[in-house]
Unconditional design. Sequence first.
Lengths: 228, 240
Amino acid sequence: MLGLDLTFLNWDVLSKFVLGGLRFSVQLTVVATLGGILLGTVLALMRLSGNKVLALPATIYVNGMRSIPLVMVILWFFLLVPSWVYGYLPGGMNNRAEYSAYITFIAFEAAYFSEIMRAGIQSIPRGQVFAGQALGMTYAQNMRLVVLPQAFRNMLPVLLTQTIILFQDTSLVYAIGAYDMLKGFTTAGKIYGRPEEAYLLAAVVYFAICYGLSWSVKRLQAKIAIVR
Amino acid sequence: MTWDWQVFLNDDGSGRTYIQWMMDAWSWTLAVAGCSWVVAVSLGGIMGTLRTLPNSPWLVRLANFWVELFRNIPLLVQIFLWYFVVPKVIPVFQQVPGFVLVVFALGFFTSARIAEQVRAGVQALPKGQRYAGMALGFTTAQTYRYVILPMAFRIILPPLTSESMNLLKNSSVAFAVSIAELTMFAMQAQEETSRGIEVYLAVTILYAISAFAVNRVFGFIETKVRIPGFIVAGGTGGGH
């Protein structure tokens, strides 16, 4: 068909080259999502704290990260994270690109998640905060028990959509040569002399995963909307 | 560590200084982003409009498929597809320069996002607008041309601003197929000069300046096309 030959991509080749990459892509997505939401929530709270000393650095960090291309951020962290950091991690410098990717994606996605969490927190009616205060809650209790759970729930579809984008963005670790799913496909394609077919199949797999995920998010959104 | 900004005045081995190379790279970035923007806005406008047509389920399906297809594959993979796979499958594309292929890749990728915004913009309009067009005896095409699209365009200006800034940032992915743009320059100059921090800093600043310029241009357009009393001024771009 059209000069393409997909037959070389049998299960053996896939499990040898692609599966490890897929595992890294998924791990990177999960770690960056959890770390990014955590750090992003802290940044959002700093920005909304009304305290200039906290708000200003958080604002600069978030806006700065969001005005730089992700590829440049990946390159920056790869250049700047000192090598002794990797010494503490298993595998050390052998996995430098992969570890650097984890650090980069947590730091980068935190900026985007922080904007989502900030919108979520601001979407909570002020009456909720007043109710908490009337019950004698401290600021921290109010945030932890009243505001953040609701903000998180309201923003769940948006957070998950961002996670899908994040999963797609993990392919950009290509810039530092980390071994992700795309790299798995391109490696297999190179070894068997069929790069075009490998790219095509990579596209199909990415599409299937992302389409499936976004379909689930849509279902979830509909479910949450009814409850509210 | 010490700064060494002199490095930009060094010869890069082909008779031009690094700063000249960087400026060339900057113009490539702007060219890729600008051309892709034209592709993205034209296709995104068409596809987004098709998705809102009242009586054409097949056109709606086609446009929905378009959006899902280009939204669910990573940009880097799409660039590889355009650059390596399309010329192999469709031989005519072997004559097409790499720059154009990357413009297509980035333009089609972004068009899916813009189509989503256009659809949201059209659906945000009150139904009465469409009925008003029908009551005046407009055809569907006329209703869109004179009533719906001019309003929808103004509504989506803020998200279109951020998407245009995203497009500019995404043009950095073109490094993967050796387009001589800023990120490519950053990687190569870093390797040749070992002055990574200075090189990256300069490139990062150029990206930030470009993104800010896009933001300002859209802010200007937004004030120019504002219809008094119609659309409450939102923040000018960048935000959510």
